[in-house]
Design a protein around this ligand. Structure first.
Ligand code: NAD
Length: 479
């Protein structure tokens, strides 16, 4: 099987980037990346060993002092150049992402949004400032904002290039060096972006990129004594493991952006058409594989019949298709594991709620990992499918009568990433925004809509710390 892939006439061979060199895994091991739309192997990718991971951390450690001592405009210039190269290669990156995790080309925003992050952080260095004080008699005191040293970034597969750029850029501009590990489900676009790092002018060792599974390379980073900060986006299950490993080793500073089970609440005075359209987009986007997707809808009883009729009709009309076709609106699930997991949640959901739309996978007819958009009605609040993150195009609609009742239901979850409220009553909207235990509350909008300059992150089991523009930089100062 090929260890390279041809995209737009370019033959690309994924490699590990360690100390400025593109290398195979030290034991030559690879893993298969399967195109989820066809079930065929797209490419073989190096599986980084512990030895490779240790080498990448050692290279980052050796390069850090020189990088931190550089004029920050020079650090910024590397980020800017990388942003430009990523934009130039947008269509190649989109294709590589699509053949590894199934994102439709029509929806591909990861590279351009990532390049925006690189551009933003390239100019953000004037914010790296400490404080001074004359409040201690006889002394003038001050704080310094110093980098941690080596930072590890571990990213998921659902918007890889966006996380690759955003996490690394904030760590690099603050003078840290980086070892980033991509997800085993979506390593191709990240490996291609890694091939642009040297062209962007980064000195060897400053920005190292590994591909591989959680074990061994991810776990090695979480345990590494020379990694002083770790920025993670992924499932709550892995987030807990990482927190535990960090506590057992060097108490590295950990930022966690984790899962969600987001509620959207539709009151009787809402613009119903707008609410249907927004909540449907939220659960269909990326085939429901978004941490902020609204997977629990609470609709006021008096408008529920009208809402449910229109919503289910529209969900039933969504067709999965080849993500490489420009007209495709919904692609497959990321891989077989994800596909089977979603189908098992759907079977579980059939035992507790009323299936209104969908409910099947399409593996038999298409070979790809497609799941029908699925809606359940009247599911008990304590059912598994109401409590756990499905991470697919599966949604539950329940009804409510009072504000107190719906607040209690919406908050009765271990997650708290994004909640949405649809109402024309502004006072009620403000009361709800305060009452909902959620990192983000959208009023008359739902995910993915978000304020680009505001902090993003979870309440409760959805994470620790806030990311986004200035807020991401806060995680990368050890002093
Ligand atoms: P995941 O936790 O399975 O994997 C995430 C990353 O962690 C991968 O790179 C994986 O290889 C690595 N990993 C796995 N086990 C590890 C270990 N023991 N030690 C170190 N690293 C390990 O998550 P996923 O399936 O890739 O992503 C989907 C999840 O991510 C969902 O729960 C979703 O809600 C969440 N997510 C959250 C946000 C957010 O901003 N809050 C954004 C996107 C995705």
């Amino acid at each position: 099987m090929a260890t390279s892939v041809n995209v737009n006439g370019i033959e690309f061979q994924p490699r590990l980037l360690i100390n400025g060199e593109f290398v195979e895994a030290s034991d030559k091991a690879t893993f298969n990346v399967v195109n989820p739309a066809t079930g065929e192997i797209s490419c073989k990718v190096p599986e980084a060993t512990e030895d490779d991971t240790n080498k990448a951390v050692a290279a980052a450690k050796a390069a850090q002092a020189g990088w931190a001592a550089l004029d920050p405009t020079k650090r910024g210039a590397c980020l800017k150049k990388l942003a430009a190269l990523i934009r130039e290669n947008n269509s190649t990156l989109a294709h590589l992402e699509s053949i590894s995790m199934g994102v439709p080309l029509s929806h591909y925003f990861h590279a351009s949004a990532g390049a925006d992050e690189l551009d933003y952080f390239a100019e953000a260095w004037p914010h790296i400032q400490g404080q001074s004080s004359v409040n201690t008699p006889g002394f003038m005191t001050m704080t310094l904002r110093q980098p941690f040293g080596v930072v590890a970034c571990i990213i998921p597969w659902n918007a890889p290039l966006y996380f690759f750029c955003g996490k690394a850029a904030a760590a690099l501009i603050t003078g840290n060096t980086v070892v980033l590990k991509s997800s085993e489900k979506a390593p191709l676009a990240v490996a291609f972006a890694a091939s642009l790092i040297a062209k962007a002018g980064f000195p060897p060792g400053v920005f190292n990129v590994l591909s591989g599974h959680g074990v061994p390379s991810g776990r090695c980073l979480t345990r590494h004594m020379d990694v002083r900060a770790l920025s993670f986006t992924g499932s709550s299950r892995t987030g807990k493991l990482i927190q535990e490993e960090a506590a057992k080793t060097n108490l590295k500073s950990v930022t966690l952006e984790l899962g969600g089970k987001s509620p959207a609440i539709i009151f009787d005075d809402a613009d119903i058409e707008q609410a249907i359209s927004a909540t449907m987009t939220s659960i269909i986007l990326n085939s429901g594989q978004a941490c902020i997707a609204n997977s629990r809808l609470y609709v006021h009883k008096s408008v529920s019949q009208k809402f449910i009729e229109a919503f289910t009709q529209r969900m039933a009309s969504v067709q999965g298709g080849n993500p490489l076709d420009a007209s495709t609106q919904m692609g497959p699930q990321a891989d077989e594991v994800q596909y089977k997991n979603i189908l098992s949640y759907i079977e579980e959901g059939k035992k507790t709620g009323t299936l209104a739309v969908g409910g099947k996978g399409k593996l038999d007819s298409t070979k790809g990992y497609f799941v029908e958009p699925t809606v359940f009605l009247n599911t008990p609040e304590d059912a598994k499918i109401m409590k756990e993150e499905v991470f697919g195009p599966v949604l539950n609609i329940n009804t409510f009568e009072t504000e107190e009742e719906v607040i209690a239901k919406a908050n009765d979850t271990e997650f708290g990433l994004y909640a949405a409220v649809f109402t024309k009553d502004l006072s009620r909207a403000m009361r709800m925004a305060k009452a909902l235990e959620s990192g983000y509350v959208g009023i008359n909008c739902t995910s993915p809509t978000a304020g680009r300059d505001l902090p993003f992150g979870g309440y409760k089991g959805s994470g620790q710390g806030r990311e986004g523009r200035l807020y991401s930089m806060e995680h990368f100062f050890g002093g």
